[in-house]
Design a protein around this ligand. Structure first.
Ligand SMILES: *Cc1c(COP(=O)(O)O)cnc(C)c1O
Length: 487
């Protein structure tokens, strides 16, 4: 270390000296001393790092150190898990929490979760009840299934079904359906975890009913169909429909399981949405068990829903593992409120956010874009914004091939690169997650509505005005900013 660096290090104030400063004294009125000390220490350490790396070649200014400490205090008081604005257009973005909850779900949580509830208490008899009973009848009436239960997510549902009904035996699955979801859910691994032997049948692109028939033997417990949620096999292909698979299973005395992934409680085609199997059709086709996620196309909280034959659901519910996957009261409150909208599908389309976002017509998105553009051009006259068209995705393992036409606002920032701007938007409050297309920052308005529209405009204005005050070109460490549909 040369002598200048040593001198610079000596110029750094100590924590105890900073604690005497009148600004810091003010902070101590509202904040715990330990928090303030930690922030001051962080600021001194950061400044020391700059000196040691050669980034700083002048003595530390007291106000710079205090500004660092203040930023750190703000960071420490911001919750880690919090609201973000999703301007990616990916409606069921797993990284951003999949389906936003409907208002009635929020009300149900606010109303019942702040106090006690009849979570496992039968109000009619005064005896201990079962928590899934609160949604069982709704699920049965909406799908035509005999019985229903709810677990933590669809991965848990799949494992629990396999472990309960096929442990030590074989399950037949088409080679074209051995999915991986989001890196950690891989069907062969789930099979192994459930002590089930996976027997692949057919080929990647073509599997016929005779492939299942030939592979079935006295070790076989189940024929499983898995919805290829996040990919499509196209071209010269053949898959066995669930009705045909169920008929074979029943002829052989086996169980037919349908892992639907997304599990729409309506027929997507009749709402102009592309091919996605719906739950009622699968039950009617004879599947003995159907499982799917609560936070994909259903538009509810994270959970896994299992529907099917009463005797099979009964066995699953008595598996000791059931307890390890059970859902909490917040989930059940939100799920029941969401399901209630489905009594009238138009009600669900209007009030379940994931569905209304997916359905929003481009005219409505264009109106949102106009509103955003008008405010931005008034407040940021030096910046270039344009309205454009693009495509949105359902995301979250639903309709992978479906590109839904959308309206975007494109921004060519004058003061920084698109990657720097996207990082600055992410660092804002609330953070905005946008995407880069053709070297512009793009805001897809399909996933920004209501109150979020104003927040988005404010965040853009804030980011632009913050930057225009920066004269020294600060380095931002950021990725390329692309946001692809992630599962
Ligand atoms: C999404 C999905 C899963 C995993 O569901 P989680 O609710 O995320 O655990 C399992 N199977 C299929 C076919 C899926 O699409």
């Amino acid at each position: 270390m040369d002598s200048t660096a040593k001198d610079l290090l000596r110029s750094l104030p100590s924590v105890s000296a900073l604690l005497e400063h009148h600004d810091v004294q003010e902070w101590l009125h509202g904040l715990p001393r330990a928090t303030v000390v930690a922030a001051l220490q962080y600021a001194i350490d950061t400044a020391r790092g700059w000196i040691l790396s050669g980034e700083q070649d002048h003595p530390a200014h007291l106000h710079d150190i205090l500004a660092l400490a203040e930023e750190e205090l703000a960071r420490r008081s911001t919750p880690s898990l919090r609201k973000v604005i999703n301007a990616t257009g990916i409606v069921l973005h797993t990284g951003l929490g999949r389906a936003p909850l409907c208002e009635s779900a929020i009300e149900a949580i606010a109303d019942a979760a702040s106090g006690y509830s009849n979570l496992e208490f039968d109000l009619a008899t005064g005896e201990r009840g079962r928590r899934s009973s609160h949604v069982r009848d709704l699920l049965i009436s909406l799908t035509g299934a005999e019985a229903a239960t709810v677990v933590n997510n669809n991965a848990a549902a799949t494992l629990l079904i396999l472990q309960t009904l096929a442990a030590g035996r074989e399950v037949l699955v088409s080679r074209g359906q051995l999915i991986e979801i989001g890196g950690s859910f891989r069907l062969p691994d789930i099979m192994r975890a459930g002590s089930v032997t996976l027997r692949e049948v057919g080929t990647t692109n073509r599997t016929r009913i005779s492939d299942y028939e030939k592979a079935a033997n006295d070790q076989t417990a189940m024929l499983m169909r898995v919805h290829t949620s996040n990919y499509r096999i196209v071209g010269f292909t053949e898959e066995v429909a669930i009705a045909e698979l169920a008929a074979l299973a029943h002829r052989l005395g086996l169980i037919a399981l349908d892992d639907l992934g997304s599990g729409a409680l309506f027929d997507p085609a009749s709402f102009g949405l592309p091919d996605e199997p719906d739950v009622r059709t699968s039950i009617a086709a004879g599947a003995d068990l159907v499982c799917f996620s609560g936070d994909k196309l259903l538009g509810g909280p994270q959970c896994g829903i299992i529907l099917g034959k009463k005797s099979l659901i009964g066995r699953i519910e008595s598996n000791p593992l059931m307890r390890t996957y059970r859902v909490g009261k917040l989930t059940l409150l939100a799920l029941e409120a969401t399901l209630r909208h489905y009594a009238d599908i138009d009600d669900a389309m209007a009030n379940v956010p994931a569905l209304s976002m997916l359905q929003a017509p481009t005219e409505e998105l264009a109106a949102r874009a106009d509103h955003v553009l008008q405010r931005l051009s008034k407040e940021l006259p030096g910046e270039q914004f344009f309205i454009g068209s693009d495509v949105s995705y359902a995301g979250g393992g639903a309709m992978p091939a479906a590109e839904v036409p959308t309206v975007i606002v494109r921004w060519h920032p004058s003061f920084a690169s698109t990657a720097q701007t996207i990082a600055a938007l992410r660092a804002g409050e609330p953070p905005v997650v946008a995407r880069i297309r053709e070297d512009a920052v793009c805001f897809d308005l399909r996933t920004v509505c209501g109150h979020d529209l104003g927040l988005l405009v404010d965040a853009i204005i804030h980011t632009a005005s913050d930057h225009s005050h920066d004269d020294d070109d600060e380095e931002h460490h950021c990725c390329d900013g692309h946001s692809l549909p992630v599962l």
